[in-house]
Design a protein around this ligand. Structure first.
Ligand SMILES: C[S@@+](CC[C@H](N)C(=O)[O-])C[C@H]1O[C@@H](n2cnc3c(N)ncnc32)[C@H](O)[C@@H]1O
Length: 416
């Protein structure tokens, strides 16, 4: 136990946290095939209400079905490998699978939204059951004549909870689940048509540009009034609040940071030096789908796909529905080698935020790696935690410049 960072020892909490509400093993698999070493758990929320209160999800729905970030950053920061036990926020599941590719012994994938974990199960089962081409067809990257038939093949690998969820979502499965999250549907049905209306052909030219010079010219070319109105308003707090069913991600961004201007300038600034065609999130924003297969997130590309498939035979996935704070309270001290805490700051009140990092410090081994993201801004490490984490500021800056999500601030470091 590190100085000043203790396992929560309030009797009522310890008692309740010990109560894991559900534990489910993944469904039966046919003999001779690699096992999906997957356990599902739901932790009753016990510690305090802050995290749950800030989650606006009332019913089970997938908020993020793709992975918007470039988990190359997490992989570089965490240096995953055999013998390790990692902790990762599930979200779209891509980041977890990208970490699995390097064959750690165990990953805890945690999300307070149960459907994000259902989705991760589905993606993992698909990697095990389908060929790479079938997988891209099933998820929706490529056309596919019968996604429900593919689902029927991988369904036995899912836990009952995930089966129940997807059995009730035939339209989502038929459409290709990768683009059916709330964010992805918003991009496809609102942003894409508006941008096309505002600047016809612009997106096509942007995605076709093969040099930075060519791309820069597109940003400097003549615009329309509608385009200027869109660029001027789409990233305002009020607009985000209107469409987002999630906690406002700007909640803890200091008022002096002009959210709208910074989001737009981060994206356009990124595209001054990075080709749009190489960025899967840009493709999602402007096309509503991935259009360049060579720039897919890693778990969708053939080589990582094969490594993930091999690793899933021995990497144990522990999928936990609950808050990061509660999940970490379940863990033994000094038991994790790495933490990927992606972009949950806006869901955490101050007490929960402090609790999460205190638990990271308590449960991380000496030398454990940490990669945490926040949109535009990362809240300071809570007092008492900073001295346990040696920050790697150069890496943080490099990630902020090159990460595909374009708008994240990073906290990267090593526990000491
Ligand atoms: C903003 S999203 C991350 C999306 C990200 N852009 C991506 O592509 O992965 C944050 C995710 O963390 C989950 N989450 C938020 N707060 C959490 C908490 N306290 N504990 C566990 N999961 C949390 C949300 O349900 C959501 O899936």
């Amino acid at each position: 136990m590190r100085d000043g960072v203790q396992q929560r020892d309030l009797p009522s909490v310890r008692q309740d946290v010990a109560k894991v509400a559900e534990t489910e093993e993944a469904g039966p698999v046919r003999s001779g095939e690699p096992l999906l070493l997957l356990v599902r758990e739901t932790i009753a929320h016990q510690v305090h209400g802050g995290e749950r209160a800030l989650w606006h999800g009332r019913r089970e729905r997938i908020s993020y079905s793709s992975c918007n970030e470039d988990s190359a950053c997490e992989s570089r920061a965490l240096l995953p490998g055999p013998g390790q036990r990692l902790f990762c926020v599930t979200a779209g599941g891509g980041r977890v699978l990208d970490l699995v590719a390097d064959g750690p012994d165990e990953i805890w994938a945690v999300d307070l939204n149960p459907s994000q974990n259902h989705l991760l199960e589905l993606k993992a089962a698909g990697i095990q059951e389908l060929s790479h081409a079938e997988y891209l067809g099933f998820l929706g990257v490529r056309p596919s004549p019968d996604r429900l038939a593919a689902y029927a093949r991988l369904r036995p690998r899912l836990t009952e909870g995930a089966q129940r969820f997807f059995d009730g979502q035939p339209r989502m499965l038929k459409a290709g689940v990768l683009y059916q999250g709330c964010l992805e549907r918003f991009l496809a049905h609102v942003i894409v048509p508006l941008v096309r209306l505002a600047r016809p052909f612009w997106v096509r030219r942007l995605m076709a540009a093969t040099t930075i010079e060519e791309q820069r010219r597109l940003f400097r070319g003549p615009t329309t009034r509608l385009w200027r109105a869109l660029v001027g308003n789409l990233c305002r707090r009020r607009f985000f609040a209107w469409f987002s069913g999630e906690a406002g991600f700007w909640r803890y961004i200091p008022a002096e940071i002009p959210l709208h201007t910074r989001v737009v300038s981060n994206i356009f600034g990124h595209l001054e030096t990075h080709l749009a065609r190489d960025n899967h999130l840009v493709s999602l924003i402007f096309n509503g789908r991935y259009t360049n297969e060579s720039a897919l997130p890693a778990y969708l590309r053939p080589e990582p796909f094969a490594r993930i498939r091999a690793a899933l035979a021995h990497t144990r996935l522990r999928l936990i529905t609950g808050t990061v704070g509660d999940a970490l309270h379940q863990a033994e001290s000094h038991s994790f080698d790495g933490f990927a805490i992606s972009d949950i700051s806006s869901y955490l009140d101050d007490v929960s935020y402090r609790d999460v990092f205190e638990q990271v410090v308590r449960t991380g081994r000496v030398g454990a790696r940490l990669c945490s993201r926040g949109i535009l801004y990362h809240r300071e490490l809570p007092a008492g935690c900073a001295r346990h984490i040696r920050r790697e500021v150069e890496l943080e800056r490099e990630f902020a410049r090159h990460d595909a999500a374009m708008v994240h601030a990073f906290l990267v470091g090593e526990l000491q």
